[in-house]
Design a protein around this ligand. Structure first.
Ligand code: MG
Length: 282
């Protein structure tokens, strides 16, 4: 992509929280990330049909996000128990599925896999920490054969925790999908300071906004429409510029229960980002 910061939106085919591809088309969004479809849809025929639609709509796919049956974002303890590759009882099956999703992404010509890996223990001496390092290496090594990279979604760790984790995994295809709202929603640190810290690993981003909880880290903050939360979008974009990030600005608005409002708010977010891009990039 030649011009910096193409706008984008998080979409889904048949699973996950994203908007339908047609919403991206209707709003004239040039790039998307997608939530990986269910297993039955991860076929060559489905990939071909999807690529045909993308070409027709003039949309570029920039990242395929893993998601798994049984994950729940109901509250922070539930996330800890159910999300990503951390829960031991689903780890083997989900690792296998991650590889299958990566192979499907390859059929779509996509070199970036995104994932909430789950709550990595903060204590390096916790035996679970070494297990998560090992499983992340296994995924990174597998997808490297597809010429792919893994971008970890931020939020469940502090910036320092994430840096330590990436350093310990020791794989050069492990990066970050930075989500500033998640830092607030999970109560894991002020997003702009976090972005500066992890900047060199940031290869994709979400544009999402949120408000701090009264007791950050113990209860959820509140996700809100872009520009109405505590992130500070102009400051966010200026910091992205500062760290040299030129990739897509992918809007994520997680209110699938209200698709009409979701589409309207994504429209508003596109306008906000287009205005800020103009202001910052000239
Ligand atoms: Mg996100």
């Amino acid at each position: 992509m030649s011009s910096p910061w193409p706008l984008g939106v998080f979409t889904s085919v048949d699973a996950g929280l994203g908007v339908k591809l047609e919403v991206a088309r209707d709003l004239g969004v040039p790039t998307i990330q997608i939530h990986a479809p269910h297993e039955a849809t991860r076929t060559q025929a489905a990939a071909d049909a999807f690529l045909k639609k993308l070409a027709e709509y003039n949309i570029t796919l920039t990242c395929v996000f893993c998601g798994f049956e049984g994950e729940s974002y109901a509250d922070i303890p539930t996330v800890s128990r159910t999300v990503g590759l951390v829960p031991p009882e689903t780890r083997v099956a989900r690792t296998k599925e991650t590889k299958e999703i990566a192979d499907f992404a390859k059929l779509l010509g996509c070199q970036t896999i995104g994932m909430h890996i789950g709550f990595v223990p903060h204590d390096k001496n916790d035996p679970l920490y070494a297990e998560i390092i090992a499983i992340t290496r296994e995924v990174c090594d597998y997808i490297a054969k597809n010429n792919q990279q893994l971008n970890l979604e931020t939020g469940q760790e502090s910036a320092d925790g994430l840096l330590q984790f990436i350093g310990d995994v020791q794989r050069d295809n492990l990066f970050i999908n930075f989500d500033p709202a998640n830092m607030i929603l999970y109560g894991n640190g002020e997003p702009i300071a976090a972005l500066r810290k992890v900047g060199k690993y940031v290869r994709s981003v979400h544009c999402k906004d949120g408000k701090w909880a009264k007791n950050p880290g113990q209860e959820w903050g509140q996700e809100v429409a872009l520009g109405q939360g505590d992130v500070g979008m102009e400051n966010y974009l200026r910091t992205l510029q500062e760290i040299g990030y030129t990739g897509p600005l992918t809007i994520e608005r997680e209110i699938p229960q209200d698709p009409v409002r979701q589409k309207a708010e994504i429209g508003g977010a596109l306008e906000l980002l287009a205005g800020l891009k103009k202001k910052i990039l000239g």
